[in-house]
Design a protein around this ligand. Sequence first.
Ligand code: FCB
Length: 464
Amino acid sequence: MFPKDFTWGVASSAYQIEGKDASDGSGQNVWDAFVKQEGKIYGHHNGDVACDHIHRYKEDFALMQELGITSYRFSLDWAKILPDGVGRVNEKAIALYRDMIMEMKKRGITPYVTMFHWEFPLKLLEKEGWLNEESVEWFGEYAKVVAENFSDLAEYFITLNEPQCFIGLGHLKGSHAPGLTLDPKQVFQIAHNVLKAHGKAVLMLRKYAKQPIKIGYAPTCGVAYPFTESKEDIEAARTVYFDCNQPIDNWTWNVSWFSDPVFLGHYPEDGLEKFGPYLPEITREDMKLIHQPLDFMGQNIYNGYWIRQGKDGKPEYVDRAEDFPMTACGWPITPECLYWGPKFLYERYHLPIYITENGMACRDVVAEDGGIHDSDRIQFLNRYLSSLQRAVEEGVDVAGYFLWTFMDNFEWERGYSQRFGTVYVDFETQKRIPKDSAYWYKEVCRTNGAILNDKDGNIFCFRE
Ligand code: FCB
């Protein structure tokens, strides 16, 4: 059973759904520039139109309401609000986002506002972006503007989405905006600045908030989970989930480096040792700034990998079979991660957890009868949520779950080739068609998870 006040919601981000309007006074963000680079994005796609949400949000929130959604996690585009990243405020963007929030509230939908889901202002990239230590102040200034303009309407705020991704893919691998391949030393400097910027934002949000607000953070990482439920395998999985054993050219896929400073006030010991030669100066004041009290922890969880204790007593990876189930974008289907992830995180950080994203890409097709019969997504969600329920029943404090995502959208370097939505979007006509999973999820929300089952394999379908 899920607790009575459990939050069921859906999640999205600005660049992935909003689209642009030449007259809206916005600045460019790093994705606007990145999508123009040759060979970076599937099919040369971009977010110029996306779901055209800035012109269709009224209908979109009406549809959300119809589909029983009562909480919505979305992001603000920093460059829309502050075209130069700092300084001049774009009042048109303030008006737009205020209207969006009022519209969702009118529909009985509680807003969860993410400040940064990767829409970094291009103007600030020209000043070295996150590598510049001033980025801490820039993000703080942005947080002040957010608090001043939206905290009368919204109570829940999330500072950063997936630092692992925008730092690792954006600044180390170069496959996400801004497409940089910096050396590890610079990337550790960036990560430290980003964590300080998070702390600064928390301070500014609280200082300028117009009502008591709740603040969280939404990192990610694959979940190390035990191959069997033996004590030894569980211990091995827990160790790997929080260790700093990643190779240096891929080091950002790490839980503890990004969460220990925020929730515990220090970097993990093994990381300090292993990454030592690459680290910037880290002061006591820095750690104090990063370690701000938070109301909840968010975690985006999509999948995991098996770990067991090897014969030598050390943790080891367990290979998956060739035909191991996968989603359309090749991510493994591992429902166990929604049990073990929250459990391990709660043991270590002791804060209420929101699953701030989870979901899957499917090869959805419109059937002859006009519907989208995505039973694979329903199966996936049913099993993942059943795992989450197990964690809840064993006492893990899970406060909510946000399904990624409400409607199909621009999936970063994969363009529009991957459909993660419970609502199908025809990108030619902008028509929205709820998939079977949208009706199923409506029932999950309505019954507070009572229709979930994992025992007899029956999955309810509530297509209207
Ligand atoms: C996450 C991102 C989100 C979306 C999903 C599929 O890493 O936060 O924007 O792309 O993956």
